[in-house]
Design a protein around this ligand. Structure first.
Ligand SMILES: [Zn+2]
Length: 108
């Protein structure tokens, strides 16, 4: 199987979280790489990220989406700590292919 990141990114146009639907747009913003807008239920992601960066950004934005819908205020934690913590899932999974396969296998 040939892994084609571009194909995957173009296919992802919606994220479903429980009864919520977040529309995904592959568009670069002026001052962000990705942005979840809860008011519009949209997620903007730059289409020009490296694979590694995209992996981290996806966890980061999922973290924002989860906290928003679970009504957890992460302002105290701050954006810097949000970045530091949420993106580590990508780091751990990337360094542990067996763990990654196990997690994905459990979710099928
Ligand atoms: Zn953020």
């Amino acid at each position: 199987m040939v892994y084609n990141l571009l194909e995957y990114t173009m296919k992802l146009n919606e994220i479903v979280y429980k009864r919520h639907k977040i529309r995904v747009f592959w568009k670069k913003g002026k001052d962000y790489l990705a942005l979840f807008d809860p008011n519009e239920s949209t997620l903007y992601i730059s289409p020009h990220l490296s694979k590694k960066m995209l992996g981290k950004i996806l966890f980061h934005e999922l973290w924002h989406i989860i906290c928003y819908f679970k009504k957890k205020n992460i302002n105290k934690l701050g954006e810097e700590n949000t970045t530091l913590l949420s993106e580590e899932f990508a780091v751990i999974l990337a360094a542990n292919p067996k763990l990654k396969r196990l997690v994905y296998g459990c979710l099928k």
